[in-house]
Design a protein around this ligand. Structure first.
Ligand code: SAH
Length: 360
């Protein structure tokens, strides 16, 4: 058992089983042993690779998105560019290069990075050391000062803990983690059904409720409606709410048992974009998409950008094409269809770039 596994087992022995949400939060954010607290998991030598680490094109196109949105909302000055879970800071560094396309953007912007991991904060500080705009680090969206802001989140929402409920004879019972099994930890169900859930489902179905993610989206949407701005979130997930168990653990680029190595594997769940959209709409915001990452990046001009990069560096043309394909392709090994993008604006705002054809 991992050190965190032993600690969770002790907690359960004392106080009884914990919810999946609590288990996931401990795995990811336990101050001493949490997955994100103890390592930089990104990149080939880590556990997974994210879009900004695949190619500079991703962050650049997100930067162009931010630049156009800023112009569309009347080029407020000053304003904030807020990124949630910025990883190595790569997306922000690439985006800040691309926003030069909008004169005045860099003079008006200050950057807020919302991050809980000390190791990744240090990494972001190194990546952004040469940035010519003010950059601050915050631990929570509630610390972002008031005012117009553009919010970015790539592979952030999937790292937030979810609750799970399993349909049993008497209703939906919350899924718990208790003691047992060969790993020392085993899934179980709360003894009583949750009377507040009225969703229908066949016995054995799993309902996922991303309470934390929906609350973050709700905060962002409320700010956008009252103070101006827009948000872009891109993540691994599904367009419609399904009744499936999407909890998964990844270590060294491969799936592993969710309960086997708490703190040593990345535990995530697919993002339910229908729930995110509903959370934003409930605040009076307008939701654009979700659309696929592939469609979003194509609409933002990834094909032309790849062409320009290849023309400048013919020696790297094959690598640039492989990255374009990985980011936009439809196959299981590509991100274009598996990942989705959603945008949130004020109710009266124009459709943001990349979503013109998919405004809902
Ligand atoms: N956006 C980056 C990193 C994705 S990994 C990229 O695309 O490469 C998830 C990121 O979210 C990490 O930076 C992690 O430390 C951060 N994170 C996880 N939980 C968080 C929380 N509750 N608040 C803020 N950041 C969090």
């Amino acid at each position: 058992m991992t050190p965190l596994g032993r600690e969770i087992a002790r907690m359960i022995a004392l106080d009884g089983p914990v919810t999946v949400e609590r288990y996931m939060a401990l795995c990811l954010s336990h101050p001493a042993h949490g997955y994100y607290m103890t390592r930089d998991p990104l990149g080939l030598e880590g556990d997974f690779v994210t879009a900004p680490e695949i190619s500079q094109m991703f962050g650049e196109l997100v930067g162009l998105w931010a630049a156009q949105v800023w112009l569309d909302i009347g080029a407020p000055s000053p304003f904030r560019l807020v990124e949630f879970g910025p990883g190595r800071g790569t997306l922000m560094a690439d985006a800040l290069r691309a926003v030069r396309a909008a004169p005045g953007f860099l003079e008006a912007v200050s950057v807020d990075l919302v991050e809980t991991s000390p190791i990744l904060t240090a990494r972001q500080q190194a990546t952004l050391a040469a940035a010519t705009v003010p950059v601050r680090w915050l631990r929570d969206v509630s610390e972002v000062p008031d005012g117009p802001a553009i919010y970015l989140a790539n592979e952030f929402f999937d790292a937030l803990p979810i609750r799970q409920f399993v349909r049993a004879a008497g209703g939906w019972r919350e899924r718990l983690v208790g003691l047992g099994g060969e790993n020392g930890l085993a899934f179980g169900l709360a003894p009583d059904a949750d009377p507040t859930i009225t969703v229908s489902g066949r016995e054995g179905a799993t309902l996922e409720w991303q309470a934390t993610g929906n609350a973050v989206m709700s905060d962002i949407a409320r700010r956008i409606v009252s103070q101006g701005g827009a948000a872009l979130a891109i993540d691994y997930g599904h367009l419609r709410s399904g009744l499936a168990d999407t909890l998964q653990a990844i270590k060294n680029h491969a799936f592993t048992d969710v309960l086997a190595e708490p703190g040593e594997a990345d535990v995530t769940a697919h993002v339910d974009f229908a729930q995110l959209g509903a959370a934003a709409r409930a605040q009076g915001a307008r939701v654009h998409g979700p659309t696929s990452q592939g469609a979003f990046l194509r609409a933002m001009g990834i094909d032309a950008r790849a062409q320009a990069l290849s023309t400048a560096r013919p020696d790297r043309a094959a690598e640039i094409e492989a990255a374009r394909m990985r980011l936009t392709g439809d196959g299981e090994e590509h991100m274009g269809a598996l990942f989705k993008a959603i945008a949130v604006t004020a109710p009266d705002g124009p459709a943001p770039p990349g979503f013109d054809a998919v405004t809902g």
